[in-house]
Design a binder for this molecule. Structure first.
Ligand SMILES: NC(=O)c1ccc[n+]([C@@H]2O[C@H](COP(=O)([O-])OP(=O)(O)OC[C@H]3O[C@@H](n4cnc5c(N)ncnc54)[C@H](OP(=O)(O)O)[C@@H]3O)[C@@H](O)[C@H]2O)c1
Length: 256
């Protein structure tokens, strides 16, 4: 008898936007599972703080200071990373910014900026990573953080929902295009996690109780509760899971 294998030993994982929040939680979980993690963010000091945090916990981490929305630099930065650290076996598209506004309140520039960072940047980076993974014959894994907003929409949060619906499409498009090369693409759709970015929502006198009241588990998710899904999808145990989006929302999206 053999227990399922959840080890990431010998793997390198690039996690975009991993200086805080869910990205940092995923990086810690991957490092604890044996992977070398590439920490990414826009600020060198924040990236280095996260790298030191992983190392202090006994993990292996390297920095990648890069704004994923800078497509002019992205290919060069990714190539440099591959030369320095090898092609990542695992890419986690985690960067996701948000503008809590209705479509009617949003300018053309705001729409373009959010779709650019949340959707287009992930498409480009996934393409670069998948091509390198295929070229190097890696059993690569691409994991994309969507949201329950990849299937439903909340008033006052329009562009984010559009971007996340697009990312759900990206998960599937990558799965069919790169599956023949042995690369899988899956998504994680988090519900409401008590991360830094949700302080405003949790404290809102209307939205806070509304969010909690609709959740069958009647609580916010703790940040580390993303870890199991992220490790599973990257691990040998998920070798035949492709094109799937794993919802981690306490049942929020099935309740009404
Ligand atoms: N938290 C939740 O409850 C929740 C729910 C559903 C879905 N999600 C999704 O899960 C993902 C993570 O969410 P989160 O709440 O943990 O995010 P967060 O706390 O806002 O953290 C965002 C991370 O992305 C980095 N970042 C932002 N823009 C970047 C850019 N252009 N280039 C490189 N790095 C960038 C930030 O680093 P620097 O600021 O240091 O650059 C930070 O590390 C997002 O895709 C989000 O949509 C989260």
């Amino acid at each position: 008898m053999q227990a399922p294998d959840f080890s990431l030993s010998g793997k390198t994982a690039l996690i975009t936007g991993s200086t805080q929040g869910l990205g940092f939680e995923i990086a810690k979980a991957y490092a604890a599972s044996g992977a070398r993690v590439i920490i990414n963010g826009r600020s060198e000091s924040r990236v280095m703080r996260a790298v030191r945090g992983i190392e202090a916990g006994g993990g292996r981490a390297e920095p990648l200071v890069h704004d994923v929305g800078d497509l002019a630099e992205q290919a060069k930065v990714f190539e440099q990373l591959c030369s320095r650290s090898g092609t990542p076996d695992i890419l986690v598209n985690n960067v996701g910014v948000r503008l809590r506004k209705s479509l009617g309140e949003s300018s053309a520039e705001e729409i373009q900026a959010l779709i650019h960072v949340d959707l287009i940047a992930a498409m480009h980076l996934s393409k670069l990573a998948a091509q390198r993974m295929a070229q190097d014959g890696l059993a690569g894994r691409i994991i994309t953080l969507t949201s329950i907003a990849d299937r439903v929409a909340r008033p006052g949060d329009a562009i984010y929902a559009v971007a996340k619906h697009g990312l759900a499409g990206l998960v599937k498009a990558l799965a069919v295009e790169y599956g023949p090369a042995g690369i899988t693409s899956n998504g994680i759709a988090p519900g409401t996690f008590a991360t830094e970015s949700n302080v405003q929502l949790a404290d809102d006198p209307v939205q806070g109780p509304r969010v909690l009241g609709r959740n069958p588990l009647e609580r916010w998710a703790l940040p580390h509760e993303i870890a199991g899904a992220a490790v599973f999808l990257a691990s040998p145990s998920a070798s035949y899971v492709n094109g799937h989006i794993l919802v981690v929302d306490g049942g929020f999206s099935v309740a009404f």
